[in-house]
Design a protein around this ligand. Structure first.
Ligand SMILES: [Zn+2]
Length: 408
C-alpha cells in the first residue's frame, strides 16, 4: 500500500509509527505502491484516497474537507496587469482553514494506530481543525498554544472541547518552540497519544492531506498547474506539501509543467526568507515582531524543506510588512468579496510587490493559497472596519432616502 522514505539519506522502509528517519533523523515522506487514481464517487480530499496514508478506509473521518473553490480575481488582477490571477479559498473548509485537510488525515491515522488521544501545538487554525476532527472521532485532545493567540481562534478551539494550555513565550523564543515540541513528544510517547503538529518533521502522515490542494487546483484548471504559486509560510509545511502535490501530479503525467513556488513571510518573522536570500540553511531567529497570526514561527520545522522546494521549482521568497498585508486583507473584502485572515492576505501583498518590481511579467497564471477565513482574527476584522461608523435611522427616515441617492 505505502511505505516510508527518508528525504535526506534515502532510507526506505515499511510503514511504521515513525515521524523521522530511524537511520539519520531526517524528514520522511510516504511512497505509494498503488497508482494515483481519482475516486469521483467520494467528496473532497477522499477523492484522492489512493494517495493518502491510510491502510483501512474505515478509519477515515470527515467533516466535508477539501473541494474548495478556485476563483479568478474579479478586480485586483486587472488592476495589477495580471489577468490570470486565481485564489484558492481554503477558508471554505469546515473549520475555516486548510488545516482541516491535515487534521482529517491525522485523526484517521490516530484511529488506525489505536492511539487514545492527541496532543498538538498551534496558534489557532490547526488547533481548531484537530480539535474538531478529534471531537468528530470521539477522541480527547490536549492543545498547547501561544500566550497571545488570537481570541477568536482560541474561542473556536475551546468550543470543540480539548484541554488547552498557553505555553509561556511560545512563538517568540526559538528555544521555547523546540523544547515544547520535544516535551510534547515525550508526553505522547509515555501515554500512547498522537502528536499532531502540522509540519512534515513531526506529522508526515497527516501532512499528506495538504497536498490535495495542488491536486484539486490542477483539476480545476483543466489539468494544468499555475505558473507561479504564492504560499504564506510560517513553519513551511504547506509550501512543502503542496509542492509535493504538484510533483506527484506531474509524475503521473497529468500536467506537463510544474509551477514556481513562492514563500511569503512577514518582515518581522522571516527566517526562511533570510536563509534563502543568504543562500544558507534556515537558522532560528531571536524574536518575532510581526502581528500576523498563523505564521509567527521563529524556528520553522520544515524550513529547509521550503528551501529545497524553492530550489527545485526555481521559485523565490519574499517578506512583506504587516501594514501591506492588512491593506491587502481590506482589498480582498472590498474589491473581491473574499473575507480572509491576514495570513492569507499576505499572498496578495506579495503578488503586488513582485508585480511592482517586475519579477512577475503579467503573463503568468498566478495562484494564491488563501489559507483561512477572516472570522479567525477578530482584531484584524475590527482594524478593517476602522473608524467607520454605522449611521442610525428611524423606520420613517428610510422613506426620506427615496430619490435622494446622495444621502445613501
Ligand atoms: Zn535518513
Amino acid at each position: 500500500m505505502f511505505a516510508l522514505d527518508c528525504l535526506r539519506c534515502g532510507w526506505h522502509g515499511p510503514d511504521a509509527d515513525l515521524h523521522r528517519c530511524p537511520h539519520c533523523g531526517g524528514p520522511i515522506t510516504i511512497s505509494y505502491a498503488a497508482p494515483l487514481a481519482v475516486d469521483s464517487s467520494r467528496p473532497g480530499i477522499w477523492r484522492y484516497a489512493s494517495r493518502l496514508p491510510l491502510h483501512d478506509q474505515a478509519h477515515a473521518v470527515s467533516l466535508g474537507e477539501g473541494g474548495t473553490p478556485l476563483l479568478p480575481a474579479a478586480h485586483v488582477g486587472a488592476e495589477l496587469g495580471l489577468p490570470q490571477l486565481y485564489f484558492k479559498l481554503e477558508g471554505a473548509n469546515p473549520t475555516g482553514s486548510y488545516k482541516d485537510r491535515i487534521a482529517a488525515v491525522g485523526i484517521a491515522r490516530l484511529r488506525e494506530l489505536g492511539k487514545t488521544a492527541w496532543a498538538a501545538t498551534s496558534s489557532g487554525n490547526a488547533g481548531a481543525a484537530i480539535a474538531a476532527y478529534g471531537a468528530r472521532a470521539g477522541v480527547p485532545g490536549h492543545l498547547f498554544t501561544l500566550e497571545h493567540a488570537a481570541p477568536a481562534k482560541l474561542a473556536q478551539i475551546l468550543a470543540y472541547g480539548p484541554t488547552v494550555r498557553a505555553v509561556q513565550r511560545l512563538g517568540y523564543d526559538p528555544q521555547v518552540e523546540q523544547a515544547t515540541w520535544r516535551n510534547i513528544q515525550a508526553l505522547c510517547a509515555a501515554n500512547n497519544w498522537m502528536m499532531l503538529v502540522t509540519a512534515r518533521s513531526f506529522s508526515p502522515h497527516a501532512m499528506e492531506g495538504a497536498k490535495t490542494i495542488s491536486y484539486e487546483v490542477c483539476e480545476q484548471l483543466g489539468e494544468r498547474a499555475p505558473d507561479v504559486v504564492y504560499v504564506p509560510v510560517g513553519g513551511g509545511g504547506l509550501l512543502s506539501a503542496t509542492w509535493q502535490g504538484f510533483a506527484e501530479w506531474h509524475a503521473v503525467g497529468r500536467i506537463d509543467r510544474l509551477p514556481r513556488m513562492v514563500a511569503v513571510q512577514a518582515c518581522g518573522c522571516d527566517p526562511i526568507v533570510q536563509a534563502w536570500t543568504a543562500g544558507r540553511a534556515v537558522i532560528p531567529i531571536d524574536g518575532c515582531s510581526s502581528t500576523i497570526s498563523g505564521i509567527q514561527l521563529t524556528a520553522p520545522p520544515d524550513g529547509d524543506l521550503v528551501l529545497r522546494a524553492l530550489e527545485e521549482s526555481a521559485g523565490w521568497a519574499v517578506s512583506i510588512p504587516d501594514a501591506e498585508t492588512y491593506c491587502a486583507q481590506a482589498d480582498f473584502a472590498a474589491r473581491e468579496g473574499i473575507f480572509v485572515e491576514p495570513a492569507a492576505a499576505i499572498t496578495l501583498a506579495a503578488v503586488r510587490a513582485d508585480r511592482a518590481s517586475g519579477r512577475l511579467s503579467g503573463d503568468e497564471l498566478v495562484a494564491c493559497w488563501l489559507t483561512g477565513t477572516g472570522f479567525k482574527d477578530a482584531a484584524a476584522v475590527q482594524r478593517m472596519a476602522g473608524e467607520r461608523r454605522v449611521a442610525q435611522t428611524t423606520v420613517e427616515q428610510i422613506l426620506e432616502l427615496v430619490g435622494g441617492e446622495e444621502t445613501l
